[in-house]
Design a protein around this ligand. Sequence first.
Ligand code: ATP
Ligand code: MG
Length: 535
Amino acid sequence: MEEVGTGLLDRLDAMQRVAASAPGGPLLIVAGPGTGKTRTLTHRIAYLCAEMHVFPEQCLAITFTRRAAEELRERLKALLGPVSGDVTVSTFHALALSLLREQDKSLVIAETPDAHGVTLDDLVPRLVKLLRAKPDLAHSLRNRWRWVFVDEYQDVDEDQYELLRLLVPADGNLCAIGDPDQAIYSFRGADVQYFLRFAKDFTDARLVRLTRNYRSSAPIIAAAVQAIAPTSLVPGRRLDPAKVDPEAPLIGRYAAGSAAEEAEFIARTVDELVGGVSHRSKADTRGVQSVTVSFTDVAVLYRTDAQAATIVDALQRAGIPVQKRSHDRLRDRPAVSAIAAEMRLAQGDEPNLISRMKQAAQVLAERPALDSTLSPEDLWAAVDLLTPLARRCEKAGLETFLTELATGAEVDALDPRAEAVTLLTLHAAKGLEFPVVFLAGCENGLLPLRLPGAATRLTPDEQTAAEAEERRLFFVGITRAQRRLYLTHAAKRFRYGSEREASPTPFLDTIDAGLLEWLGDTAPVRRRDQQLRLL
Ligand code: ATP
Ligand code: MG
């Protein structure tokens, strides 16, 4: 457990401390990537509880993903100890479901809008409607949670924003923390306008900015700021490196002839960084070679999942272990939802979720084949997938387990400690950090992504907005890197069924050439241009 008491805020810098110890009332923390947002948020909750006599049960912290909620819970526990369990930490979806269930115990999640309840997308709007219709209920919730915190606030949509307004009075203790320049979910209805509306709707809102980046080297931070500058939503955006390292490498740029060549470059470079896979195993047995970069330190990011296969292939051929985050929702698997339904029906030993889950699988496996399209293999595979969630929910019980499952538990094979290179889409990489990052496919039409027909489907304004969001994705990608960043692009790539020519993304144009180092022996045309200009 970390030190509680006077030292609680010692691990924060001056501005983080101002944010963490700000008095009550609306508080907006605008913080760039790597500036320690979660760190500040958890310290604020801990400080309020440990030193300002706020009861943990009066605190509600909301995040967008279950993974982020778990992370918050863990960090709070480290700071506050067991009382942190009294803080409500929830995703918007799970919060809405549990509050709706308080009113209607039989409420279930339906797979389709016409079916077995309420759909996932409908949870928050339905709660908003209920609270509007029952002001007494809204009032009692305002008393229950006197302190509300929202992480990744730039991603709120209209309903979530309305929910916050119902849960917190205009002069209430709402602390919202986020970065408008990392708003990348407008396709799901998120709207960065709600960030800008905070100061209008919440009275005398205090604004704190964090600008020291603790994550990345100076060249990476400089490139990130230059990349976002043309469409930054943060006036006077600043990001100052906390680390000063004159040895920090420049950003590598590689122009490949094709997507396959790009993938080979990535594999070759990972191999070199890690010390040579084949050499390394020999060296390891002799115990001589010191390895500075390990596979866990490396992430390959890309705009579309379609890019992954070529890269996985090249890495595997080079003998490099790979892990790829899956975005399947657990409940989307038929065997999983069958087990969940069976567990709900069966009477049993409530706290022992795991044996109850095994029983459910057993019952389903023994059903005549005609009644069930599920094979025993599917069912037992589902039991394996559900076990980590069941373990986590063992204390909280069946209802929590089913809620977690219904509100977005993912099949997430990603293990931050695994000895493997991590492959992720840019969207999935948000919030994470890696010592070495490859951003693959930095090509016009891919990043920014332009789908066929978009030009005719979207108005010019919509196209401009879409392009700005793509630039924010590029910004998110660059700012995941701690020490080494590689920006790669290919001259040819298979897309939509045929091989097409590609040119580098225009997003690269705003990055100072002095921050980039051309790698490889492909002599790209742009480079010759630059040399000519210098002459
Ligand atoms: P993002 O916008 O990408 O989600 P963030 O603002 O949430 O970034 P964090 O991930 O919380 O940033 O912090 C980035 C890194 O900086 C982490 O490794 C964190 O431990 C470290 N860090 C943050 N604040 C400090 C500090 N005051 N002293 C030392 N390290 C810090
Ligand atoms: Mg974060």
